[in-house]
Design a protein around this ligand. Structure first.
Ligand code: MG
Ligand code: MG
Length: 257
């Protein structure tokens, strides 16, 4: 069942999104060679709590941390460890928080130090695939229009989208209907209507689309150990087009922390 948000609820989700955007911005600046994944997790937790929000990932279905950190052939849901970042790594950061009862969910992949041209291209294509998907968030379009646009962009670049994990509606729960796959057929799926909020999250492998779960029960890796990248925004459907709630605004909600 799709839960439509009122304008007041979207206002709260926008506030949530801005705080999450600020958190991810800080983490990107921090992510340099020598920093550990746990240091990033601790900063995410500290910052989110400093804004009076709840780090939503902590304890979610038993997840132990406030941030997912996925390096190189890890796709998503990596558990932060004492692993130190090294120049050339691709690091995916995925974070979520709850503000006044509403979730924001977003993520970004960053290169650590100098990365290879191939890694940079994967990163650029994945970021562009998210932007292309967001452009399809129009009243009257369907979820399949978003999915197909992402898939086309990725496959034209010679990469593959992950099938086993998908985007989702978001609101009082992190995962609401509808599912938003990164593959599909234009014109199919649920109709996009004002008040829907979608977490759109292309996960793109440089190699094949297949992924596997590590023994920790969380970390998703590419089966062929190819590099993977991921970007995510929470996006509201409005009569004027997509509103990206988790994009960093030039005038954030508060600047005093
Ligand atoms: Mg996420
Ligand atoms: Mg998500």
């Amino acid at each position: 069942m799709i839960i439509y948000k009122s304008a007041a609820e979207v206002d709260l989700m926008r506030e949530a999104g801005q705080i999450l955007a600020e958190s991810l911005e800080r983490l990107q600046v921090m992510a340099v060679p020598g920093v550990t994944l746990l240091e990033l997790d601790r900063e995410a937790d500290r910052f989110i709590r400093s804004r009076g929000c709840v780090p939503g990932f902590k304890g979610y279905q038993g997840f132990p941390n406030s941030l997912c950190t996925s390096v190189n052939d890890q796709v998503v849901h990596g558990i932060p460890t004492n692993r130190k970042l090294r120049a050339g790594d691709l690091l995916s950061l995925d974070c979520g928080l709850i503000h006044e009862g509403f979730w924001a969910d977003a993520g970004v992949t960053v290169g650590i130090g100098a990365i290879s041209p191939a890694a940079q291209r994967l990163l650029d294509v994945t970021r562009q695939a998210l932007a292309t998907g967001i452009e399809q968030v129009r009243v009257g379009n369907r979820v399949g229009d978003v999915s197909a646009a992402i898939q086309r962009q990725v496959e034209e670049a010679g990469f593959n989208v992950v099938r086993q994990y998908v985007g989702h509606g978001i609101g009082r729960d992190m995962h609401e209907d509808p599912q938003v796959p990164n593959f599909g057929v234009a014109g199919r799926g649920p109709l996009l209507k004002p008040g829907m909020v979608l977490a759109i999250e292309p996960m793109v492998n440089a190699g094949g689309p297949d992924v596997a779960l590590l023994g920790d029960g969380w970390t998703v890796v590419t089966v062929d150990h190819s590099l993977s990248a991921y970007f995510e925004h929470s996006v509201a459907v409005t009569p004027d087009g997509p509103e990206v709630l988790t994009a960093l605004s030039p005038s954030p909600v508060r600047r005093d922390v």
